[in-house]
Design a protein around this ligand. Structure first.
Ligand code: UDP
Ligand code: MG
Length: 315
């Protein structure tokens, strides 16, 4: 297969139920556009038969380049692997493998690239998830926007079309803790958001565990903001000022008004409060140190067990 113009990347973790529908939608899309497209599917250590389905497909259809990771590395690293091997000379589109991000939007995104945009990202104008999840996402994106040092767009995930040069730059970014939508914004150039209605997951449950979701939110905050550490140091200054004011008021009470100073419960309360504040501060510091710790190991970001490219199996 000659070098494709566009790569479409989808990570899959236990998506065998959706798989046939995903492939059908992708095949229809490829048949309906003029540009040459390769599909990069990444099996993120699935425990169901997703890998077998991918294998059967890629051995018969050269448009599919399949990666099989050595274990479950998580969505962000699976995507990182996909971006690393993608060959699309003009652009790369990232979608979820559960059909929540309609691949057909490629035809809507692509013209923007031709107009000189380097990143066309999808903005969710409505979500079909439950109220608690929707509200959590809503608040998180607004919090992140208000504290991040790059202008990370509201309500947009990894679903986007990126130019080859943006992908090349992202591939060179060695950070271990990856928040791709933030990294994509960080790269810069001309970027534009396009609204879309996020579909319901085609089948099955969300493959993001609660812990993974939390980790993702933490990477957003700690990788793209200095706010937590600044907040802690301001909190420290604030409590020093409050304690000084209190100390002076005690002196005045004792020596000017000759009052007896009492306050055992207050003392206890203060000790408990400030032990809490100190542990919180240590935790914030710890988040940054953890990131330095993991980065300093310099391990590869993901391990590819095998791949099928041009209908050939490579181990
Ligand atoms: N995914 C993955 N590895 C994981 C978890 C998820 O590759 O450890 C994939 C999953 O198969 C899907 C995409 O990442 O294609 C988005 O995950 P999911 O739909 O579970 O997330 P949600 O849409 O609920 O945020
Ligand atoms: Mg999903």
């Amino acid at each position: 297969m000659k070098t494709p113009q566009i790569s479409i990347i989808a990570p899959l973790y236990n998506e065998s139920e959706t798989f046939p529908f995903l492939v059908e939608r992708l095949n229809n899309l490829m048949d309906s556009v003029q540009e040459s497209i390769e599909i990069v599917l990444i099996d993120d250590g699935s425990r169901d038969n997703t890998a077998e389905l991918m294998q059967a497909l890629a051995l018969t259809d050269e448009r599919y380049h399949c990666l099989f990771l050595a274990r479950n590395h998580g969505h962000q690293l699976a995507l990182t692997a996909g971006l690393a091997v993608s060959k699309g000379s003009e652009a790369v589109m990232v979608i979820d493998g559960d059909l929540q991000d309609p691949p057909e939007l490629l035809t809507e995104f692509y013209p923007y690239l031709k107009q000189g945009y380097d990143v066309v990202y999808a903005v969710r104008k409505q979500r079909k998830e439950n109220f608690v999840k929707r509200s959590a996402y809503y608040l998180f994106y607004r919090l992140l926007k208000s504290i991040a040092y790059v202008d990370i767009p509201l309500d947009s995930g990894d679903f986007a079309l990126m130019s080859r040069r943006v992908v090349n730059i992202m591939n060179k970014m060695p950070e271990e803790s990856r928040y791709l939508r933030g990294m994509r914004t960080w790269v810069g150039f001309k970027q534009i958001g396009v609204e879309y209605a996020r579909e319901e997951r085609h089948a099955g449950e969300s493959k993001y565990s609660f812990k993974q979701l939390f980790n993702l939110a933490y990477s957003g905050i700690f990788n793209f903001s200095e706010f937590p550490i600044k907040f802690v140091s301001r909190l420290g200054v604030f409590s020093i000022i409050v304690s000084l004011i209190y100390f002076i008021s005690v002196l005045i009470k004792k020596y000017y008004f000759q009052e007896v100073i009492e306050g055992f419960p207050a003392l206890l309360f203060m000790i408990i409060l400030f032990s809490g504040v100190q542990l919180f501060a240590l935790g914030v510091l710890g988040e940054y140190i953890l990131r330095v710790f993991f980065q300093s190991k310099n391990r590869p970001l993901f391990i590819i067990k095998s791949e099928i490219h041009n209908k050939e199996f490579v181990e």
